[in-house]
Design a protein around this ligand. Structure first.
Ligand SMILES: Nc1ncnc2c1ncn2[C@@H]1O[C@H](COP(=O)(O)OP(=O)(O)OP(=O)(O)O)[C@@H](O)[C@H]1O
Ligand SMILES: [Mg+2]
Length: 338
C-alpha cells in the first residue's frame, strides 16, 4: 500500500470526513494488533469494519476512543486529533464497547439519566432522553430494576442506549448485536439508522454480514492488523470476482462423473453435494463458464437446471480473509496531497 508520509502538524482532517485514520500502528509485544491501518468514514455514513477474531477491530475502536495510544500514525475524529485533542474528541463520540459497561447497582433508568447528566444535558432533557431510549430498546418494564438483574441481551441494549444518550456526532459500535435475538437486533438496526438520519456518523464492527449489508454504506475488511479490502458491498463482491455456478443434473447419479470431467478440464474448484443434488463450481471468470457448459454438453449429461449467482457477503469475507494479506491488498488510494 502506498502511503504518503507527511508530518502530523501539516495534515489536518479533510472536510466531509468524520473519521480519518492514516497509518495507525499498535503493537502488543510481538502481536501486531494494528499494523498500518488507513480508513475514512464520510460524515453521516456508516462504515462497517469486518474482520476475523483478533483482526484488530476492538483495538482500532479503542485508539479512536483515546483509550489506547497508537505507536504511530494519525487519527482524527470529528476534526479532533486522538493524540493532541483527546478531551474534545471524547465529547464528540459515543461508544458501545464489545463488553457491557453499565453500572450493575443502578437501575436502567438511573444509568441512562446519570450519563445524560454527565454529558451536561439539563435534568429535564436527561430524563426525557432516558425514558425515550428505554422505550426504544424495549426496556421500559425493567427500567427501575438494578442492571445486575438484567439478562445479557438487556444489558447490551442498555449499553447501546447509553452510547446514544448525548446524540454523539460519531458513534462507535463494537459488535453491537452479538448475542441479541433477531427482534432485538432489528430494534438496534432501526435505532442506528435513526441516529444516522439525525446526522450521526457510525463506525460499526460486526461479524454479521447481514448487519453490514443492512447498515453500512462502505466496508473495510481488516485482517492481522491490516486493511485487506475496502469499498461498497457490491464492489467487494466484484473484487472477489467469483460467481458461483450451480448445475442440477437430471440424474443425480451422474454427479461424480460430471465433477470428474470438469476436474480433468482443469476446473478443480468443482464440488458436488449429493444430498442437494447439485454440482457447484466457483468461477474465476466468464471463460470458465463457457468451459463448464462445453464439457457438460460434449459428454451429453442430462441437465435439469443451471444458474449462476454472485457471492454472498459471507463468501466474500471467507474468500478474502483466507488469502495471504499481501495478495489481497486493495488498490492504492488515489489521493494527492497538496
Ligand atoms: N491489551 C492487550 N494486550 C495484549 N494483546 C492484545 C491486547 N489487546 C489486544 N491484543 C491482541 O491484539 C490482537 C487484536 O485484538 P482485537 O481485540 O483488536 O481483535 P478483534 O478484531 O476485536 O477480535 P474479536 O473479533 O475477537 O473481537 C489480538 O491478537 C489480541 O490478542
Ligand atoms: Mg473485538
Amino acid at each position: 500500500m502506498t502511503r504518503i508520509d507527511i508530518a502530523p502538524s501539516d495534515r489536518g482532517p479533510r472536510s466531509g470526513n468524520a473519521v480519518e485514520v492514516r497509518g495507525i500502528v499498535k503493537h502488543y509485544g510481538e502481536t501486531k494488533a494494528l499494523d498500518g491501518v488507513d480508513l475514512t468514514v464520510r460524515q453521516g455514513t456508516v462504515l462497517g469494519v469486518l474482520g476475523p477474531n483478533g483482526a484488530g477491530k476492538t483495538t482500532l475502536v479503542r485508539v479512536l476512543s483515546t483509550l489506547v495510544k497508537p505507536d504511530a500514525g494519525t487519527a482524527y475524529v470529528g476534526g479532533y486529533d486522538v493524540l493532541r485533542q483527546p478531551r474534545q474528541l471524547r465529547r464528540t463520540i459515543g461508544l458501545t464497547g464489545q463488553y457491557a459497561s453499565v453500572d450493575e447497582l443502578l437501575s436502567g433508568y438511573e444509568n441512562l439519566y446519570l450519563i445524560g447528566r454527565l454529558l451536561d444535558l439539563p435534568a429535564k432533557e436527561a430524563k426525557a432522553r432516558a425514558t425515550e431510549l428505554l422505550e426504544r430498546f424495549s426496556l421500559t418494564e425493567a427500567a427501575k430494576r438494578p442492571a445486575k438483574t438484567y439478562s445479557g441481551g438487556m444489558r447490551r441494549r442498555l449499553d447501546l442506549a447509553a452510547s446514544m444518550i448525548g446524540r454523539p456526532r460519531v458513534l462507535y459500535l463494537d459488535e453491537p448485536t452479538t448475542g441479541l435475538d433477531p427482534r432485538t437486533r432489528n430494534e438496534v438496526w432501526d435505532e442506528v439508522q435513526r441516529m444516522v438520519a439525525e446526522g450521526s456518523t457510525v463506525l460499526l464492527t460486526t461479524q454479521y454480514m447481514e448487519e453490514a449489508e443492512q447498515l453500512a454504506h462502505g466496508l473495510t475488511v481488516i485482517d492481522r492488523g491490516r486493511v485487506i479490502a475496502s469499498g461498497g458491498v457490491s464492489e467487494l463482491k466484484t473484487q472477489v470476482g467469483g460467481r458461483t455456478l450451480h448445475v442440477t443434473p437430471a440424474h443425480t447419479a451422474e454427479l461424480p462423473e460430471m465433477a470428474r470431467c470438469l476436474h480433468e478440464a482443469g476446473l478443480t474448484a468443482a464440488t458436488v453435494s449429493e444430498d442437494a443434488g447439485v454440482l457447484t463450481v466457483q468461477l474465476a471468470d466468464d471463460e470458465q463458464l463457457t468451459t463448464v457448459v462445453g464439457v457438460l454438453g460434449t459428454r451429453s449429461f442430462g441437465i435439469a437446471s443451471i444458474d449462476t449467482k454472485l457471492p454472498s457477503l459471507d463468501e466474500v469475507f471467507l474468500a478474502i480473509t483466507a488469502k495471504p494479506a499481501v495478495t489481497a491488498a486493495p488498490t492504492p488510494a488515489k489521493e494527492t496531497v497538496a
